[in-house]
Design a protein around this ligand. Sequence first.
Ligand code: UDP
Length: 390
Amino acid sequence: MCGHLQPLALSDPRPQYTMSSPSIGSFPPRSVAVVLGTRPEIIKLAHVIRLLGKAAVVLHTGQHYDRGLSGTFLDAFGLGEPHAYLGVGGETRGQQIGMAVRALDDQLSELRPAAVVVQGDTNTALAGGLAANAAEAILVHVEAGLRSYDRRMPEEHNRVLVDHVGDLLCAPTDVSRKNLLEEGIPESRIRVTGNTIVEAVHELMPDPSERARLLDGHNLTTGGFVLSTFHRPENVDDPARFRTVLGELASLHLPVLLPLHPRSMARAEEHGLGDLLRAIRVIEPIGYREFLGLGAESAFLVSDSGGVQEEVSIYKRSVIVVRRSTERPEVLGTFAELVEPGPGISDIAGRWTADIPGLHQRLGSIPSPYGDGTASARIVREIGDLIVAP
Ligand code: UDP
């Protein structure tokens, strides 16, 4: 451990936070390992990494190894190459977690960071949490306290486990703070920071002229199409559910653009759903700027993604969330409606399609529950309060 770092105290009560925060420049180089491995983790940790500057050392597990889901996102935020790629993608959940813990343990033994940052609810986040705990580094969980209370979702287990092993829990909203308190997690470990997705969207949302070019490129008109994504195992691994989802999309009265995740494409082919795919405009996954620009110009979205539920509240569109449950209740009834695969999808879509200008006008006046775009700066300040000597 570097001599100028405070000794770690992993047992409660946690160290008290100082009133005046250290400046970023006072962080020792490579004192914070940032562990990521998937598209949403890159998006939501980009600003934290940038603010940490030389203090950050990025470890990429390789959970998303496809360039379209990883490299292009690192490039979009100008993050450069990670310190290490651990190559754990493409295995089962248990193997992925086990392999990632082992590979991260090797890295953390060598780097000896004071803190390890993980984000969200992926296998990477859980592996990062366990490896940080074993290395006796302070574990920072970005986007802590989300709960679907649906134990059928592997992500629910990941997020609960990371929160309980974490030392600094950065909850995006008061809802997530309350979830943590209800599980007996001490208040001293929790900070409500807002969600870092806000600054990511603000940075990469294309301007109106670029959005007009994007629409032209896809032969679409503003407010005249639906943007969709599907990748959750509960929808795409079950042939009947996936068939229903694609059938519903194909029946909508607006063109549907579906940038399809590679795992969903593989499942559609396995399940023999090619005919239904041909009734929709299926494309490869697209870059973040393009996705945001098209989302903002769409009539509405239909998706099972977590991040999309947050983003729509920032660019003021609505999303039909096709899932059994959501861990983001903050947007339900305003920017999002939750529905299981079935006719509910076309019912809601029909209602919204009947008055798209009215829908957009109504959403335009509703504030996002995810904060003001300062979450990353708050998180970095909180990390500094823990690891930099006053
Ligand atoms: N996204 C993207 N290109 C696409 C599809 C999605 O940039 O073709 C973005 C989307 O805006 C969101 C993130 O990827 O921020 C969501 O990733 P994913 O659905 O894989 O994960 P989840 O948010 O469900 O954890």
